[in-house]
Write a new protein. Structure first.
Ligand SMILES: [Mg+2]
Ligand SMILES: [Zn+2]
Length: 223
């Protein structure tokens, strides 16, 4: 009889913990000339996520800092059940990591009301010291990833060995897809559903974090 493996969850932020994408919301609202073209280049994979996000924020003057931070914090809505989900993870000794391609100035304030240790939150950083906003990349791709993710989800997932952990991913979009192919359990919504379908990857669809709790509870029972 082997000991049960502990579970670790890699949970996306934009469009997963929050209802919509905060970077897109900021760009739409402040509308710096040229941002839409950069988004198109990222979506058509002509430029990497890292370059695209860096270039988009470089269109915004650092002097807008307070407005941008305030806008993003007040605009975002947290998905139902997130607080219960954190409690559920705690109660069941599940390690919850937030793995976000978002930026520190909105990720940390939006997660501040919740009981998640800062060391379990992975996102990009920012500097407002220059003329325009500069995005910094404290969690780059390792030697196995050549996608220039910016914040590399697969690098973090690879640091948790599947021999030792049950790995669970929660996400909504193309930036979660590479990670989804590494883990044992996938919770998907929006674009990630279609991508998993295309590859025939099994997943559980979700709309709220209550759906995820229910499924984890079933998995726990069947274990
Ligand atoms: Mg997302
Ligand atoms: Zn990467």
């Amino acid at each position: 009889m082997s000991a049960r493996k502990p579970s670790v969850i890699f949970c996306d932020f934009d469009g997963t913990i929050t209802l919509s994408d905060n970077i897109v919301a900021i760009m739409k609202h402040f509308d710096p000339p040229g941002w839409q073209g950069i988004v198109d280049q990222v979506l058509s994979k002509k430029v990497s996520v890292r370059k695209g996000v860096g270039d988009m924020f470089a269109l915004l003057p650092s002097s807008l800092r307070e407005e941008i931070v305030s806008y993003s914090i007040h605009n975002a809505v947290i998905r139902d059940g997130f607080s219960d989900f954190i409690d559920y993870c705690k109660l069941n000794d599940i390690k919850l990591l937030v793995t976000s391609g978002g930026i520190d100035f909105f990720v940390y304030p939006l997660l501040a009301p919740f009981d998640i240790k800062a060391e379990n939150i992975y996102c990009n950083s920012s500097s407002f010291d220059g003329e325009t906003i500069e995005i910094l990349w404290p969690h780059p791709c390792d030697e196995h990833c050549h996608n220039e993710c910016g914040m590399c989800k697969t690098t973090i997932i690879r640091s948790y060995d599947s021999e030792q952990y049950k790995r669970i991913l929660i996400g909504d979009s193309v930036t979660d897809f590479a990670g989804a192919q590494l883990v044992e359990t996938i919770f998907a919504r929006s674009h990630l559903i279609g991508l998993c379908d295309e590859l025939g990857l099994p997943f559980t669809p979700f709309e709220t974090f209550f759906d995820i709790i229910d499924r984890l509870e079933q998995m726990n029972y069947n274990d």
